[in-house]
Design a protein. Structure first.
Length: 90
């Protein structure tokens, strides 16, 4: 599906921003809801590890933070197809 088609049919989707709460607060797609993968503190830890040790250790740390069963529970009430995003919105 193309972005143009998604925009035309946006009301048929639930847009989920998976960035940390602070990133979401700074700017997000209108009507998007926030179901973050990481807390603000966890994101800061991962970013520090990325800068100091590199990508692989940061990914490993991030995977340790994600609680999939809890995350899945947050998505269950959503009744439309889901569009996930994690990019900064300007």
């Amino acid at each position: 599906m193309t972005l143009d088609l998604i925009i035309k049919k946006i009301s048929e989707y639930t847009i989920v921003d998976v960035r940390s709460p602070l990133e979401y607060f700074k700017g997000h797609i209108p009507s998007a809801i926030n179901i973050p993968l990481f807390t603000d503190t966890e994101r800061a830890v991962i970013g520090t590890i990325y800068k100091q040790q590199g990508k692989k250790p940061a990914i490993e740390k991030g995977l340790g933070f994600v609680d999939l069963s809890n995350l899945v529970e947050k998505f269950k009430p959503l009744d439309k197809p889901i569009i996930l995003y994690c990019e900064e919105v300007e």
